[in-house]
Design a binder for this molecule. Structure first.
Ligand SMILES: [Zn+2]
Length: 386
């Protein structure tokens, strides 16, 4: 069994200033408690810190008793984290992240008439919830804690939900996924290939890059406010586009895996990709430092987990230059999109070749696991040819 956790963003129709003042008060309490902890030698024990600060917090601030406990615990655990990292702060920790952690039942609860939530103005009841059809899929998930936050002058609740999923048996087929520039992802289940996010996506991304580059040179010459603004808007739009694309692609990868009877997805280990950067072209090097790449990996892993599927990461070295048919490895094998083996003459799209190599490494890793550390150096070539 694996536990899958999601965070759902729910818009709350409550007055902005009430939310702001509630969060502000919480942060003020945290900062007060933080000072006490610091000057007493960075107390990270919740009970000790509680004893030292609770009465004063209740007398000086307007938080409920439950909220006061939350704030104290919040501070204690922050100092505890520093302690485990063996760090000693030089001054009291400052709490400024404008968000309020909430405990289910104690600080908020879902009722027939809507949400009930503690605020500095007392308990608000019957807060209507804007919940779309999208949330239906989480109906039977278990509710956890939440965080109240504000974005663009609107109040939101980030509700965490979790569900225990039965893991699929690790005996089915393996899907190989290559992530790249030309295609965001290239998949193979051993006999079929699928390419994702080429064409239009690529054009849109390129247009953004171009536009940004031209604006940035303008900006370098003269820092005008309008240029600054356009850049900001552009980056927001671009990241939303990228996020949407990554959601769609990762979802389709998992669907493809299910349809093809795969129980495991194998992709490259991103850290490894950093190391093989020299093996790659300039655009690829740029891309691996890009957050979108990590976002796709993140989306893929959590979507796969929801389907009870494992995502294994393999060492990506030579996946783009080795032949997936005979195993011959040579930089000359690959010319951009075209992979043509100098040893056996095998030819196919270079991303498809990489996806096949990745899948084969996934198979080898699983076999090695089963055979207790058996070493195999050559890729399997038992797949039906492309
Ligand atoms: Zn070959």
């Amino acid at each position: 069994m694996t536990e899958v956790i999601r965070t759902l963003q729910i818009r709350l129709e409550i007055p902005l200033d009430v939310a702001q003042r509630t969060i502000r008060e919480f942060l003020d309490v945290c900062n007060y408690v933080s000072e006490v902890s610091f000057f007493k030698g960075c107390i990270s024990n919740n009970i000790r810190l509680h004893r030292l600060t609770y009465a004063e917090v209740r007398a000086r601030f307007k938080l409920s008793s439950q909220m006061s406990c939350n704030a104290i615990r919040h501070v204690a655990s922050s100092y505890a984290t520093l302690r485990t990292q063996k760090k000693t702060p030089q001054k009291p920790l400052v709490f400024k992240r404008f968000a309020l952690p909430l405990q289910l039942v104690y600080d908020f609860s879902y009722q027939a008439k809507g949400l009930s939530l503690w605020t500095i103005e007392g308990r608000l009841k019957g807060i209507p919830l804007k919940i779309g059809k999208y949330f239906d899929q989480y109906k039977d998930w278990e509710l956890g804690g939440a965080t109240l936050y504000i974005k663009r002058n609107k109040v939101y609740l980030a509700q965490s939900v979790s569900k225990k999923m039965a893991e699929m048996p690790n005996t089915g087929n393996i899907l190989g996924v290559d992530k790249g520039v030309n295609y965001i992802a290239t998949l193979t289940d051993g006999s079929h290939f699928r390419f994702f996010g080429g064409g239009q996506t690529k054009q849109v991304r390129r247009a953004y890059t171009k536009r940004r580059a031209s604006l940035q040179t303008k900006k370098a010459k003269r820092r005008t406010r309008s240029v600054e603004k356009v850049l900001q808007r552009l980056s927001g739009r671009e990241s939303r586009f990228q996020k949407h694309t990554n959601h769609v692609v990762s979802k389709r990868i998992v669907q493809f895996a299910i349809v093809k009877g795969c129980t495991q997805i194998t992709t490259e280990n991103l850290e490894g990709i950093r190391e093989r950067a020299n093996e790659l072209g300039k655009t690829m090097r740029k891309m691996i430092n890009h957050w979108a790449f990590y976002q796709l990996q993140f989306f893929l892993e959590y979507k796969a987990a929801s389907a009870g599927m494992r995502v294994e990461r393999i060492d990506p070295r030579h996946t783009s230059r080795a032949c997936s048919h005979c195993g011959y490895c040579d930089q000359a094998n690959r010319k951009k999109h075209d992979f043509s083996c100098k040893a056996c003459g095998y030819r196919l799209h270079s991303d498809a070749n990489a996806a096949r190599n990745i899948r084969q490494r996934g198979i080898l890793a699983r076999q090695a696991l089963c055979q207790d550390g058996a070493q195999v150096n050559r890729p399997l070539s038992s797949d039906a040819s492309a």
